[in-house]
Design a protein around this ligand. Structure first.
Ligand SMILES: [Ca+2]
Ligand SMILES: [Ca+2]
Ligand SMILES: [Ca+2]
Ligand SMILES: [Ca+2]
Length: 247
């Protein structure tokens, strides 16, 4: 009896937790661009009180071609965002997308003003489309310019490797981490290997992303164990009093 009440109340509490999550859709096709399709070195969007800043990075700096530097974001005719990194130009194909050709891995750094969970992405175009997704789990963020993909450090936690679908709208990202900073882009095995994924041949244009946040701020995850316990005790009290009435 106790066991049944406990599991029922835990299910109930988790259900409540999800009900208060808010999904924001960041549709990149709404961004302003110039007549060459250039958005600029960064993008800025808002959804209610939430702000998003996006910057594209690739390992392109210097003679050894491994240090991260910012590139230019373009919004192409099919409604997809691409990164032209410092070793590419906007007529390169598929270099005008987010790609991992020619030894440079392109990723989009997403910075929010509150912790969110990256729950979905939509591609406008792509070839092979293997992708890596990471969340920042450190205490203070100081940017990634001048670092290498291999030395981002343990503050950056791989969340998901996937072969993303090009059509079919938003698809799920497997993560339940909440963070203000995310990296999403072309697959790089340095962040963990995915089944049947291979680098060097991937390119994608991002139509948009979806994030989830708690209505109360902070994380969108399951409630604290202590609140589950309180809820369970309340249920137990109710059950006990109705049992007494019946007997
Ligand atoms: Ca290069
Ligand atoms: Ca590129
Ligand atoms: Ca490189
Ligand atoms: Ca691939």
């Amino acid at each position: 009896m106790l066991k049944r009440i406990l599991s029922a109340s835990i299910l109930f509490t988790v259900g409540i937790g999800n009900a208060f999550a808010i999904t924001d859709t960041w549709d990149f096709s709404t961004l302003t661009k110039d007549r060459n399709n250039l958005v600029g070195p960064e993008l800025n969007m808002t959804s209610g009180a939430i702000t998003l800043n996006g910057k594209g990075y690739a390992d392109t700096t210097g003679g050894r071609d491994k240090y991260l530097e910012q590139g230019d974001l373009y919004l192409w005719g099919n409604g997809g965002l691409g990164l032209v990194n410092q070793d590419e130009n906007r007529t390169d194909n598929p270099g005008h997308a987010f790609d991992n050709r020619n030894g440079d891995t392109d990723m989009l750094l997403l910075s929010f003003n509150t912790a969110v969970t990256l729950t979905g992405l939509d591609l406008a175009w792509g070839t092979d489309t293997d992708m890596s997704i990471l969340a920042f789990g450190g205490t203070s963020f100081t940017g990634i310019e001048g670092l290498t993909w291999g030395t981002l450090g343990s503050d950056w936690i791989p969340q998901d490797n996937l072969q993303a679908a090009v059509s079919g709208g938003y698809q799920s990202i497997n993560s339940n981490t909440a963070s203000k900073y995310w990296l999403v882009g072309a697959y790089n095995s340095i962040f963990g290997r995915g089944d049947n994924l291979r680098g060097g041949n991937d390119a994608m244009k991002l139509a948009g992303i979806q994030t989830e946040r708690s209505q109360f701020g902070g994380t969108t995850s399951v409630p604290e164990p202590s609140s589950i316990l309180l809820m369970a005790l309340a249920f137990l009290g109710l059950a006990r009093s109705s049992y007494k009435k019946r007997s």
